[in-house]
Design a protein around this ligand. Structure first.
Ligand SMILES: C[S@@+](CC[C@H](N)C(=O)[O-])C[C@H]1O[C@@H](n2cnc3c(N)ncnc32)[C@H](O)[C@@H]1O
Length: 292
């Protein structure tokens, strides 16, 4: 896929953000502006995270008899929660004792802006009340977020998260971390056999192309990384499940979207290493244990 074609798949704010971050002077600067975060908050309703988890747990329940997570009084950790605190507000509303995350792009200062409170948290609170009951008022909700959410502005490997934790979540994060081995090794340190976890991993190219695999398999992974930079690590589902097991984490693997309608180029490097399941699993869950 050419650079121009790649840009044609993105919205204007996405292109602006990429261009801004590529300017050498800004590369290590704040990743998000208030305007960008407010635009993102309008795009992604907070209830999105509850909907994601409900869907993922429904699939796990159907396939492996999964018993739903209960956040009451639990220590919850999320890898790479994103600039809007990811699952944090949901689990705090549902009674978690604490929510901790490591997110290099996090900024409390931006998250604390009135525009985020008015356009994101207030709507999310109303939706959470409808879904889980009137557990807390809006002012109690925002106070609880300040008191019980800790988000380290750093990578997960280096975040001072104390073990053991009760629940670990991640949403479309494990495909973005480099090197993935360090993250799984860190997970093994903060988890014990009773720690429940759900990781959703997106193995696609992350562009709205007809096939999610367009461009991914044109050559060996290092070619893609050289062209696109370290955006996705190109591990496939079989690599990830092997890594979990190698680190003593009994993860169950459940593909949640398989899309084999891809007729583009597949370089022998990929064919020699993966079967169709490995190549065409777009979304998958890595989870465990099935009951508390
Ligand atoms: C696609 S975003 C997903 C964000 C959020 N989970 C969501 O669903 O909106 C991937 C996130 O992983 C974060 N990330 C990348 N490497 C990381 C690392 N080593 N430790 C923690 N987070 C990381 C990025 O900053 C980014 O916010």
């Amino acid at each position: 896929m050419s650079q121009l074609r790649f840009l044609s798949y993105l919205s204007l704010p996405e292109i602006q953000r990429i261009v801004r971050r590529r300017l050498p002077v800004l590369r290590n600067g704040p990743a998000w502006t208030t305007g960008e975060l407010a635009a993102f908050a309008r795009q992604i309703p907070g209830i999105h995270f509850a909907e994601l988890l409900l869907r993922q747990e429904a699939i796990l329940h159907r396939t492996v008899n999964w018993e739903a997570l209960n956040f009451e009084d639990k220590r919850v950790v999320e890898i790479g929660c994103g600039p809007l605190a990811g699952y944090g507000p949901l689990v705090i509303f549902c009674g978690a004792a604490s929510f901790e995350s490591a997110e290099p792009e996090w900024s409390w200062d931006l998250f604390d802006r009135e525009v985020i409170s008015a356009q994101y948290l207030r709507v999310m609170h109303a939706d959470l009340v409808a879904l889980y009951g009137d557990r807390m008022s809006f002012s109690e909700f925002t106070r609880a977020l300040k008191e019980r959410m800790t988000i380290h502005e750093t990578s997960f490997e280096s975040a001072p998260i104390k073990n053991p934790v009760d629940v670990v979540l991640s949403q479309s994060c494990l495909e973005h971390v480099f090197p993935i081995e360090n993250i799984i090794a860190r997970l093994a340190k903060i988890q014990n056999a009773a720690t429940r976890f759900v990781h959703l991993v997106d193995f696609g190219n992350h562009y709205p192309t007809v096939s999610p695999f367009e461009g991914l398999y044109d050559g060996p992974p290092e070619h893609y990384l050289a062209r696109r930079g370290q955006a996705i690590n190109l591990n496939r589902a079989p690599d990830l499940i092997k890594l979990f097991h190698a680190h003593g984490i009994s993860a169950i693997y459940v593909p949640t979207r398989v899309n084999d309608a891809y007729s583009g180029l597949i370089h022998p490097w990929w064919r020699e290493r993966y079967d169709n399941g490995g190549l065409f699993t777009h979304l998958a869950l890595f989870a465990g244990p099935t009951t508390p």
